[in-house]
Design a protein around this ligand. Structure first.
Ligand SMILES: Cc1ncc(COP(=O)(O)O)c(C=O)c1O
Length: 480
């Protein structure tokens, strides 16, 4: 190969693409040649033009080309042969086709109206978060750059403890708080640490699909426990799965029904957990958003020894932040912390400290107050629009709390009819039946109203209301 090349003194310009985004000339040439070699455009043994020719043709300084060649030589991609020139290394393995990912229909980025889990973030809030993050990086101590405390930074944990004491009736030592990426991460961590695959856990029915998937992935056998107007039916849980080792609940605002668990049920649940030694996973995902009525003390405030409290910044701030926290009973702390390095060790200290600064200086509280007003207006807009356009066929449950509502269909409406209405309306919405483990009684649409533009909500609510009106009128009610 080398001999053949030597017989062609003027090597042609290699087929390289220079990326203008790379400011440094030498790095630009190096990246272009490297990609051409790895993609097989310059096969092993190919002779490269001299640095002088390449510099002239590419319009890049000769020194930059020489430096790029030197780098590629030290990378082993090209070699210089004395008196012959520079060649692509003959020993390189054949170029591989880049494997392309399958086209999966995963919903990222801006999501349509009624998609759950959206929040509104003002540019001013982001500017403050940016400034706080830059400050946290500039002021980083060596400890912030090293392997950190698996619980997260003390600064953030202290702020979380103060907020929980003020708003949720939970008094906890900041050292019992573990900062995680979100509710599911905390749930998985605790399931791995405190339960054994094959253990039974009670699960609300209907309930939050994602938590169901998380506990199932951790090897739990889930026992569906019905939810009624008073919340989780504890007596049914005891009757059906008395040996359960854990329970997953959303007592402040049941997902998806929106029911608030009554005090007698809370007491019964705590009694059962304390008597059997079961763990209570309390998902308190949206309790910061109360439109009326006083806040309810969290279960963790009633039984700090059996309840693991799961909180998230996904709703109060935004899901892309990936920050949440769990409050772990002192007796369970060591086991949970031991399990953490196998998952992810900890969240970056900079981000934690930046968020802690914004909690401490009141920026988060202001952001929440503004969003509460915004979300209340969105809730009312959707509820009113649904009633009007469906001419009463859909009955929204207007929640005092949270970021979604259920628009119920008339009793007896089948899931097939609900699906037909959803397709006709072309809106993003879960059906209540899609959150159930067992056959349930009533069908409805779970509508997220936070973080969507009012006009988009109006259009989607009108489409859903009209589709319900048309479908139910023509099918004589759509019942089974
Ligand atoms: C019931 C429930 N729990 C928890 C969460 C938050 O999950 P994460 O913090 O894992 O993003 C959500 C988000 O939509 C939710 O609906």
């Amino acid at each position: 190969m080398a001999n053949t090349s030597r017989s062609r003194p003027d090597a042609p310009l290699p087929p390289i693409q220079l990326d203008p985004a790379i400011r440094n000339q030498s790095l630009r040439v190096r990246a272009g040649l490297r990609a051409a070699i790895l993609d097989g455009l310059l096969p092993p043994g190919t002779r490269l033009p001299s640095s002088r020719d390449l510099s002239r043709t590419l319009g890049i300084g000769r020194n930059a080309v020489v430096a790029a060649f030197e780098h590629l030589i030290s990378d082993g991609l090209i070699e210089a042969r004395h008196g012959s020139g520079t060649f692509v290394s003959p020993q390189l393995p054949p170029a591989q086709q880049t494997a392309t990912a399958p086209d999966l229909a995963l919903a990222y980025g801006k999501r349509p109206p009624f998609a759950l889990g959206q929040t509104h973030v003002e540019p001013d809030f982001l500017a403050r978060l940016g400034a706080a993050t830059r400050r946290a990086i500039a002021l980083a101590r060596p400890a912030d750059l090293a392997y950190g405390d698996p619980r997260g930074t003390r600064h953030l944990r202290t702020q979380i403890a103060e907020t929980l004491a003020a708003n949720r009736g939970i008094r906890c030592d900041p050292d019992c708080i573990i900062v995680v990426t979100g509710t599911q991460h905390g749930l998985r961590l605790c399931a791995d640490a405190l339960l054994t695959p094959g253990d039974t856990a009670w699960f609300e029915d209907p309930g939050y699909n994602v938590s169901r998937a998380t506990l199932t992935a951790a090897g739990m056998t889930l026992a569906p426990v019905p939810v009624d107007a008073a919340g989780l039916d504890v007596a049914a849980g005891i009757a059906n799965a008395p040996n359960a080792r854990a329970v997953y609940v959303t007592p402040s605002h049941q997902f998806p029904t929106g029911v608030r668990m009554e005090m007698t049920r809370r007491a019964a649940l705590i009694d059962w957990a304390e008597a059997t030694g079961a763990w209570v996973f309390e998902d308190d995902y949206d309790s910061e958003f109360r439109y009326s009525g006083p806040p309810l003390t969290a279960l963790a405030g009633l039984s700090p020894n059996r309840v693991i409290y799961l909180g998230t910044f996904a709703k109060t701030l935004f899901p892309g932040l990936r920050l949440g926290y769990i409050v772990v009973p002192p007796d369970a702390l060591e086991r949970v912390l031991r399990a953490r390095p196998a998952l992810d060790r900890f969240q970056p200290a900079f981000l934690q400290n930046a968020v802690a600064d914004l909690l401490a200086d009141g920026t988060v509280a202001t952001h929440l107050r503004r969003n509460l007003r915004r979300y209340r207006a969105a809730r009312d807009l959707v509820a009113q629009c649904i009633v009007e356009t469906s001419e009463g066929r859909l009955t929204p449950d207007v929640p005092e709390h949270g970021l979604h509502l259920i628009a119920w269909l008339p009793a007896g409406t089948s899931t097939a009819t609900a699906t037909e209405i959803r397709s006709a309306a072309g809106v993003e919405t879960l059906l209540v039946s899609e959150t159930r483990m067992q056959q349930g009684e009533r069908e409805g649409f779970v509508l997220g109203f936070s973080g969507h533009a009012p006009e988009d909500l109006r259009i989607a609510a009108t489409a859903l209301g009209r589709a319900a009106l048309t479908t139910l009128s023509s099918s004589g009610g759509g019942t089974n």
